[in-house]
Structures are given as C-alpha cells and as structure tokens.
Design a protein around this ligand. Structure first.
Ligand SMILES: C[S@@+](CC[C@H](N)C(=O)[O-])C[C@H]1O[C@@H](n2cnc3c(N)ncnc32)[C@H](O)[C@@H]1O
Length: 184
C-alpha cells in the first residue's frame, strides 16, 4: 500500500528494537536502536533468511542497523529517506526529521505522544489516518481536522506532550497516522 501508492523505497526506523516487519514490505530499511538485545539481534546471520521468507518484493533486501541513541544523528543519512517510522519509542518525529527528504512521509502512532507532537508541528501535515479493519490497514483522509482534539479542555503544547511522555486522550483516534513533511 505505502510502497506503491507513495513511491516509498528508503525507510528509516529509529527505536525499532527487533521489529523487522518493514523489511517485509520495503527493500531498503535502516534500523536504529540503542538496546543491547537489539544490537545482538541485528548481528544474527539468520536475519536476511528471515526477511527473504516473508518479503513482498523481488529484489534482495538491504538492511543496516545502528546500535546508537537515535538523537545522535548520522550526517550521511540526512534527507535520504522517503519514510520515517515512529512506533512506541519516544519523540522521533522531531529529532529524526532531518533524515526525511522534502515531501517524505512519517508513519507514527500516538503511544508515546509522537503523533500528537507531529500534529502540532508546522513541518508536518497530516494526510491520512490509518485504520485497521479485519486485520487490514485502510487509509482515510476524511475529516482529518477532527483528529487530535483533546478530550479534556486543555491547551495542548509541545512542552506539555514532552512532559507527559505518553499520548494524550483525543476525541477521535486511529492506530496510525501518515504525515507528510512539508517541502522547504
Ligand atoms: C517499546 S520499544 C518499541 C519497539 C518497536 N518500535 C515496536 O513498535 O515494537 C522502544 C524501543 O525504542 C528504543 N529507544 C528508545 N529511546 C531510544 C533512543 N533515544 N535511541 C535509540 N533507541 C531508543 C528502545 O531501546 C526500545 O528498543
């Protein structure tokens, strides 16, 4: 879905832990995680075999792993990626934004508040809510302005989200959101 409709080929996944499912869809994925078990996992020779068994593309998979703190940005990767993934691993949308090319995409959930953070960021525009029905993901761009409205009568700021470190309750939610980085 994302690969073909949005022309995504290069993907970076900071805070991936051992979650290699992006490599089943995308042939080029860079993983970043500082956890020692992730470091060990990505050393395994069985990894490419595991990906080959499940991949949905014809070319050979290409993966790279960096066992570092994702806030230590890797200069060579700046503006190189079509898709940045942020799942349950903190505020990646802001810190790792330099990795995205102009008009690149951010796929993010709100577990740690990062989707809410992206919604407040003028460098990103929400283009789809991603819903899951009967095990299948579905993109919806209807009434996007009705997401990220807090349940409580509060003013949501980046500082508030940074302090909480987990997602706020919003009146309408989706499991995932697709944002686009504004071209500058
Ligand atoms: C809850 S796990 C989520 C893993 C994966 N994203 C998923 O959805 O299953 C959070 C991961 O983020 C990593 N992480 C959190 N902060 C990080 C940082 N600043 N630099 C590198 N990795 C980080 C942790 O090491 C951990 O592996």
């Amino acid at each position: 879905m994302l690969r073909d409709e949005f022309g995504i080929s290069k993907v970076i996944y900071p805070g991936s832990f051992i979650q290699i499912s992006p490599s089943f869809i995308f042939s080029y994925v860079v993983y970043v995680d500082s956890d020692k078990n992730a470091v060990k996992f990505f050393k395994s020779n069985a990894l490419v075999e595991m990906i080959n068994e499940r991949k949905e593309y014809s070319e050979d998979p290409e993966i790279a792993f960096h066992g570092i703190d994702y806030s230590n940005l890797i200069e060579d990767y700046h503006s190189k990626f079509d898709l940045l993934i942020s799942q349950y691993a903190g505020f990646i949308s802001g810190v790792c934004r330099p990795y995205l090319r102009p008009s690149g995409y951010l796929l993010v959930n709100n577990s740690h508040g990062d989707a809410g953070m992206a919604s407040l960021d003028s460098d990103y525009k929400l283009i789809y809510a991603v819903h899951k029905t009967k095990g299948k993901y579905r993109l919806s761009n209807s009434s996007l302005d009705t997401y990220f409205i807090p349940k409580k009568d509060i003013t949501v700021t980046k500082e508030l989200l940074l302090d909480r470190k987990k997602g706020l309750g919003y009146t309408k939610t989706a499991p995932l959101y697709l944002f686009q980085k504004m071209a500058k």
